[in-house]
Write a protein that binds this ligand. Structure first.
Ligand SMILES: C[S@@+](CC[C@H](N)C(=O)[O-])C[C@H]1O[C@@H](n2cnc3c(N)ncnc32)[C@H](O)[C@@H]1O
Length: 331
């Protein structure tokens, strides 16, 4: 039985995890995985940094957890949002609430899910997530709509201070058995902490997260997708169900590591909370606020108001440039 949100002492008995769980989910939701191909034409415009294996696993983990509410930090153009919303729709329940700093991306994320017919599964909140999430969470908690976080998706600012904020304020709200996805984590925490990770992530999120997990290893278990996709045993298990396809899709700009490897890197870390929920109310542990100059703040207000005219023009220009670049033979 999954621990009820808000029950601070409950613990979830361990089920399959890592490759075992992935293989089980691929087999169970094979039809849903096949239908994700409807989003493939969007890879070139939306899916530039979120690769095939991690998007399939994101879909599968949302199917598996069947959450009522997913907190997403952050959607950008809505590629991850689309996969979360598609899984919620296939579950027949749940909503994703996404926090995006940039008003233009907020507008784009909304239109991405709406165009896929999934707008009813999604809500996008524009602003610094560190300011907006406490407002939304506390309003909903008082209304009895939330009493913890069951599914947390993190692919936002990849800095050490940002990681310190979410570990202090969001991890305590996660319920036992709750899932946390962190993107752009290239190496497993033990490798980061022991110094065995050869390519340190430059902004510091990876190290802060790794140190927290290792220091509280009894309260979490985790699984590195970046490590899994380099393991032939994992790939053999999931390939019969359409998993483990690591060829770089046409139109996707490879990360320098991918360009060197000649395949996708999939830097996702999946974490399951095993320990107790430490807080039901938002903890309000402090953070360094963004210093946005007045000019930028005003520009953002205008961009937000005019997004419905400005964004389609901007995206058409971006698409024209992308096509022109794709048509130019490389030297
Ligand atoms: C790596 S992108 C997210 C990619 C997205 N998950 C996808 O699948 O395409 C990071 C996003 O985080 C947003 N962001 C950065 N700092 C933020 C903050 N403090 N609050 C809210 N959003 C933030 C950026 O504007 C950007 O859109």
């Amino acid at each position: 039985m999954i621990a009820a949100p808000g029950d601070p002492s409950a613990r979830r008995p361990s089920g399959p995890w890592g490759s075992d769980l992935a293989a089980e989910l691929y087999a169970r939701f094979a039809d849903g995985i096949a239908r994700l191909e409807r989003f493939d034409p969007l890879v070139a415009t939306l899916g530039k940094s979120y690769a095939g294996e991690e998007r399939r696993l994101l879909y599968l983990m949302v199917r598996h957890a069947a959450p009522e509410l997913v907190f997403e930090l952050s959607p950008k153009r809505g590629w991850s949002t689309l996969h979360i919303a598609a899984a919620l729709e296939d579950n027949g329940r749940g909503k994703v609430i996404s926090f995006e700093l940039d008003p233009v991306y907020g507008h784009l994320a909304r239109s991405t899910v709406r165009r896929a017919g999934l707008g009813h599964r999604s809500e996008v909140v524009v602003g610094d997530v560190r300011d907006m999430l406490p407002q939304v969470y506390e309003r909903w908690r008082r209304d009895g709509r939330v009493s913890g976080i069951g599914f947390l998706f993190i692919d936002s600012e990849h800095s050490a201070p940002f990681a310190t904020w979410y570990i202090a304020n969001l991890f305590p709200l996660v319920v036992p058995g709750g899932l946390i996805h962190v993107h752009d984590i290239e190496a497993a925490p033990e490798r980061v902490v022991s110094g065995a990770a050869t390519i340190p992530e430059p902004l510091g999120e990876e190290r802060v997260l790794a140190e927290h997990l290792i220091a509280h290893r009894e309260a979490y278990r985790w699984w590195s997708v970046a490590a899994a996709v380099r393991d032939s045993a994992y790939l053999e298990r999931v390939r019969p169900w359409g998993g483990g396809r690591l060829a770089l899709s046409p139109g996707r700009r490879p990360h320098p590591i991918e360009a060197a490897l000649g395949m996708e890197r999939n830097p996702t870390l999946w974490i399951e909370k095993l320990g107790a929920q430490e807080a039901v109310a938002y903890p309000y542990r402090p953070f360094e606020p963004l210093r946005v100059p007045l000019g930028r703040r005003l520009r953002n207000v205008i961009r937000r108001r005019l997004a419905f005219v400005y964004v389609p023009l901007r995206e058409r220009r971006r698409e024209r440039r992308r096509r022109a670049k794709a048509a130019t033979p490389s030297a």
